[in-house]
Design a protein. Sequence first.
Length: 128
Amino acid sequence: MAASTRETGKRGEDIAADYLKNKGYRILQRNYIPSWFKQGRKEIDIVVQKGGLLVFVEVKTGHRIYDFVPEDHIDYKKQRFLAQAGESYLLEKNIPEKTEWQIDVVSVILDRNNQVSKISHFENVIGE
């Protein structure tokens, strides 16, 4: 039985969180929704920190059988939302203005059995 889109997304986020922990990142928050965002289900999937760097992570999950390239599914509108949501996180959490931050994408591709086929980490993907 095929997993729902929501279940696939949750699985991808769990895999990405474990992957980032293994790379030395500390998970600060998952599924952050800015206080100003009232409609839909837009969020920052994972907020992590490594050293003095704060990273907002967008996770894209898909299946190889569909020839899906998850990281290609972040359009300009999504990029803009991520940047605005990142700035909101800094303000809401009273994080010092001089803190370095960036937006990363973790791409998780699952096989037919819903197991990890490939995971990729693209760092600092959205420039100002």
